[in-house]
Design a protein around this ligand. Structure first.
Ligand code: ADE
Ligand code: ZN
Length: 333
């Protein structure tokens, strides 16, 4: 099973580039950029990774990203993630980035996006991994700041396929960003939003994603299974859900394998993703392998999960078909 997973072509649709910042890299960048750290070794950093809910994770995540300052830093971050993803047979990726986590510290938007873009181009050439970037707004910041960043990104519109919404969900519903997402839609962006696991008002947040924002997919969305009407609408719309098993384990002490099984049974387009792999210490294959073990998933189930990701990816139909053919050939062999 492990070898089957390792060789299977995959698409990753829910990974925060800042969540791929490895402890050793935090140290190297801190030194290069003259930033003082609270820790003395990368091991001490990992020892401090004591997450049990979203706020306790975000606190450490935002503190660490302070070491990202120059275009080269964003390039290295992104390229090093692609190296790991390519080794895991990820052939297509739609990574998130959080510009407000950097512009709020005085880093120019141009610096961030140019570094990421150059890494995407080099990864396509050298690693044969194709990618399209998603810009996330931080939902615990204001709608005005989100709108400013939407306008800031317009000169680079061709480098961004869609917009998302992440960070602390408590009391920050989708409706807070209705105007921002309406404008993003007008500008031609695809739309997604986090509906993180077990958040306050989560069923209402998922409902707003469907009816008010009219998202093209949902990140996480596991709690939709607790509401028959949500399930029905998600199935009817063929809406994708980007589920992150190991990330979920930090919140619900399970890889949500029962929930993912239920989604497959109900015809919901569930996918497997790594979320913040440097923090949760699990990249794509680690997520698939742990999930297959906990949930006793068959090869057919795993192929279905991978197929779902290509199905819901923001790709042209001919590219989508190319990847699905590759996956089918792998499964048949
Ligand atoms: N930002 C980075 N990772 C996140 C997650 N899992 N949920 C919400 N915001 C995030
Ligand atoms: Zn996420």
């Amino acid at each position: 099973m492990k070898a089957f997973i390792e060789g299977m072509p995959k698409a990753e649709l829910h990974v925060h580039l800042e969540g791929t910042l490895e402890p050793e890299h935090i140290f190297a960048l801190a030194q290069r950029n003259n930033i003082e750290l609270e820790y003395n070794t990368p091991e001490e950093v990992v020892a401090a990774y004591d997450f049990h809910d979203l706020p306790s994770f975000l606190k450490i995540y935002y503190a660490a990203m302070n070491v990202l300052c120059e275009e080269e830093d964003f390039y290295e971050l992104t390229y090093q993630y692609f190296e790991k993803a390519a080794a895991d047979k990820v052939v297509y990726c739609e990574p998130f980035f959080d510009p407000q986590g950097h512009t709020s510290r005085g880093v120019a938007f141009e610096t961030i996006i140019k570094g990421i873009r150059r890494a995407q181009e080099d990864a396509a050439k050298n690693l044969d991994i194709e990618s399209n970037l998603i810009m996330c707004f931080l939902r615990d910041m204001s709608a005005e700041s989100a709108m400013e960043h939407l306008e800031m990104c317009l000169p680079y519109k061709d480098w961004i396929i869609g917009v998302g919404l992440d960070s602390d969900e408590k009391d920050n519903p989708p409706s807070k960003f209705e105007a921002v997402f309406a404008r993003a839609r007008e500008e031609g962006f695809k739309l997604t939003m986090h509906c993180d696991v077990n958040q306050k008002d989560i069923h209402g947040h998922i409902r707003e994603c469907l009816d008010l924002i009219k998202v093209d997919r949902i990140d996480h969305g596991v709690n939709s299974l607790e509401d028959e009407e949500l399930i029905q609408d998600i199935v009817d719309q063929g809406l994708g859900l980007t589920v992150c098993p190991v990330s979920n384990r930090f919140v619900v002490q399970s890889l949500t394998s029962n929930e993912i099984r239920e989604m497959l049974n109900r015809g919901m387009k569930a996918t497997v993703n790594s979320d913040d792999p440097a923090y949760f210490r699990a990249y794509m294959n680690d997520n698939f392998i742990a999930l297959a073990e906990e949930g006793n998933f068959s090869q057919e189930d795993l192929v279905q999960l991978s197929r779902n990701a290509f199905d819901i990816a923001w790709l042209s139909d001919d590219k989508r078909q190319k990847y699905i053919t590759k996956l089918e050939q792998y499964a048949a062999s």
